[in-house]
Design a protein around this ligand. Structure first.
Ligand code: FDA
Length: 341
């Protein structure tokens, strides 16, 4: 097909999907819309269309520091100046060659070197599928080992983000293996997702291990057999898991809980629980995404709570951006109206 025609067809497909999406939203509610957007986040044709269309980046950049590590360092310095710490993420996922996984590893090592050089208060978050988990367990393990060696050299820490449930077990195994091998102390942490039924058992084990854990709700499309279909159940599970992470047993074992959410009601409930249990404000932290609820980030920090902002950067922004759209339908209207303009 002629390249212009092919591009035109893709644009048409994209807008058709967006229109259907809006209709679906009105007829069937947010759950369908979320599923559709999460499907689009993994569809190659949609990625190609969106990323070859400059206005899309303009909207996506609300959530992303920029395309280069210099952009990431500059934005991190601004965030640090507000009294908030940072975790930086070099965007990229679902890599399927060892060469691409090694390139991502090198980019992340360079990032750690810059964090050190500029004295930025930042850790690093990485995705297992970016470092080769789909290629082989040895490749991802070796890449992460090299990252941990660099983390030691540049005095920072690495958190392994949690992706969809196909890799939950492998990711947890990988985390445990690295932690047990980590001769430098606990420089590696993990993420778990409140929407999965299995997470209650996982958190109990991680408490016993004194792990460094980020709890989030979960951002991927999961079947009902594995995850709560109702958001209210995920929210309730998040609070219950948070309380477990703040228990006396958890503190005795050395867990440092990180609560990743912008849900103000939930944050207030966690604070209320911590106050009741007389838990020091420095014994845990809240984490939020760059570009989301900046007012709340600042408010929590002003109240004396530790706040860390997750700041992504890089050119592979499409799937990350689509998950942000799926989390909040209002973002989609904003996105579409900008595209039309
Ligand atoms: P919820 O969806 O209930 O939203 C509460 C309020 O927050 C909304 O009313 C709105 O005001 C605001 N809000 C939330 N999302 C927004 C958005 N995209 N745009 C604008 N406003 C928004 N997931 C995962 O599966 N694996 C991971 O490793 C991580 N890592 C991670 C790190 C950090 C620091 C954060 C904050 C989140 C993650 N997540 C994640 C994503 C997480 O699972 C979840 O999808 C989002 O945080 C949205 O859920 P909330 O808990 O914020 O609440």
């Amino acid at each position: 097909m002629h390249p212009n025609r092919s591009f035109f067809t893709r644009i048409l497909l994209f807008f058709a999907t967006a229109t259907i999406t809006t209709i679906v939203l009105y007829r069937n509610g947010e759950r369908w819309l979320r599923s559709l957007l999460l499907y689009l986040s993994t569809a190659d044709w949609a990625r190609q269309t969106a990323t070859s269309f400059p206005p899309a980046w303009q909207v996506a950049s609300r959530f992303i520091a920029g395309e280069t590590s210099q952009d990431a360092i500059r934005v991190s310095q601004e965030v640090n100046q507000l009294g908030l710490s940072v975790t930086l993420n070099y965007l990229g996922e679902s890599v399927d060659t060892p060469k691409d996984a090694a390139a991502a590893r090198e980019a992340i090592i360079q990032l750690m070197q810059q964090i050190h050089q500029y004295g930025v208060n930042a850790t690093v978050s990485v995705k297992p599928t970016q470092l080769g988990i789909h290629i082989s367990p040895d490749i991802v393990h070796e890449n992460l080992q090299q990252l941990l060696t660099a983390a030691e050299k540049y005095d920072t820490r690495i958190r392994i983000d949690m992706e969809d449930s196909h890799v939950t077990d492998t990711t947890l195994n990988l985390y445990r293996r690295l932690r047990d091998e980590d001769q430098f102390g606990h420089r590696v942490g993990i993420v778990i997702q409140a929407y999965l039924y299995r997470t209650e058992a996982d958190i109990q084990a991680l408490i016993q291990e004194g792990a460094w854990v980020r709890l989030c709700k979960g951002a991927y499309k999961e079947p009902h057999e594995l995850a709560f279909p109702e958001k209210a159940d995920t929210d309730a599970n998040f609070l219950s898991l948070s309380k477990q992470m703040l228990s006396e047993e958890s503190r005795r074992r050395g867990m440092y809980p990180c609560f990743a959410t912008h849900d103000e009601k939930l944050i207030r409930a966690i604070i209320q629980h911590a106050r009741q249990e007389q838990i020091d404000k420095n014994a845990f932290e809240f984490q939020m995404l760059y570009g989301v609820r900046r007012d709340l980030q600042q408010e929590m920090s002003t109240e004396g709570y530790r706040v860390r902002v997750y700041i992504p950067y890089g050119t592979a922004w499409y799937p990350y951006f689509m998950r942000r759209l799926a989390e909040r339908p209002a973002n989609l209207y904003f996105f579409l109206s900008n595209l039309v303009r």
